[in-house]
Ligand binder design. Sequence first.
Ligand code: URA
Length: 434
Amino acid sequence: MNVVESIERKRDGHALAAEEIRALIAGYTADAIPDYQMSALLMAILLRGLSADELAVWTDAMLHSGDVLDFSHIAAPKVDKHSTGGVGDKVSIPLVPMVAACGVAIPMISGRGLGHTGGTLDKLESIPGFRTALDPAEFTRLLERTGLVLAGQSETLVPADRRIYALRDVTGTVPSIPLIASSIMSKKLAEGLDALVLDVKVGSGAFMRDIVRARELARTMVGIGAAHGTAVTALITDMSQPLGRAVGNANEIAESLEVLRGGGPADLVEITHQLGVAMLLAGGVAPDPDAAQRMLHAAVASGNAFAKFEEVVIAQGGDPAVLHDPSLLPSAPEEAVVTAPRDGIVQRCDALLLGVAAVRLGAGRMTKEEAVDPGVGFIVCVKVGDVVSAGDPLIRIRWRHPGRLAEARSLVDHAIVLGDTAAFPPPLVHERVV
Ligand code: URA
């Protein structure tokens, strides 16, 4: 095949043939196509899009780049959740032990940080020893044993997504509906699920900035699920300001532990519960939303959700001591505090600026080879609508390198806008797409 011709054809707005798409995905997965050519193709797709037929083949080629798991021997319903990506979006970490404690099996394949958004794998790996690289045999054993497994794409599990995802992270090719939809759905369809719940983020800190595009992304993924016989429910949720207070890797684990102990910021708890209800209903283990809510509350109040997370951390090699004493999690040595320059009401707390600033601090990557720093990040002390006085802390920054702090500060200083009129945050859940 001639990769240059494929790039040129997509650049010029033409459709790629099915066999061509399969050869491109197989070639890149086998290292026969270099990063620079795949980057150019991805940029052409971002600019020109994929037709429904092209997207179906692209997703199928990614899905079959590795093993497709079959858990039909496990009696419990298999349900997973995936987010399209946000800032401070650590929902999966408290959510899945809560839902697993209610009797749903969750074979979760997640991703790393993508663009300015954080990734579940990077967060989990801030727990010392936690292993997310599992082969299908170990993945299956852990799911059978604990009912919950948290792993990454690998050489055997959606390897095409592993490579394309890492490339998109550092080539400005993330915010494309077909590339996001194929990335998410190839991973999720490889998990052998009965049902899937999607959290489609909308707002400045999301890849979909407005509701029209968020709806299109949600419908695209629901459609791919339907074509593969997997029931998909999508909630379109707000990402105009960070979710919860913590942004970073280790500090997001600490905040997730608060939720598992029955505390945590109200917005994070609310979204976690709404997605949990959707998962329990999708799995058929709760008859209605009220019953699902009661099950989730009981899983937290009884300590079963926390115990489930501890079981998974131990099973995947993590140090359980950090769960009982989060001060043992990695933490950068220095703190800087951004304070309110005047009295006022928070009008904006910009998720995009804070997400980009977190990457600059070292919580995400600017090249494929870069390692993330688990200990850097922010505690965002305010939400839209809060009343503050001059000198009140707005953002606490955990940092390690002065140059990186300076880069991050130039963004953080503009993230929070104060005014004199009452301000109201948008609803947390905008719409549901089924
Ligand atoms: N999550 C994914 O797995 N892939 C994307 O492209 C975006 C969010």
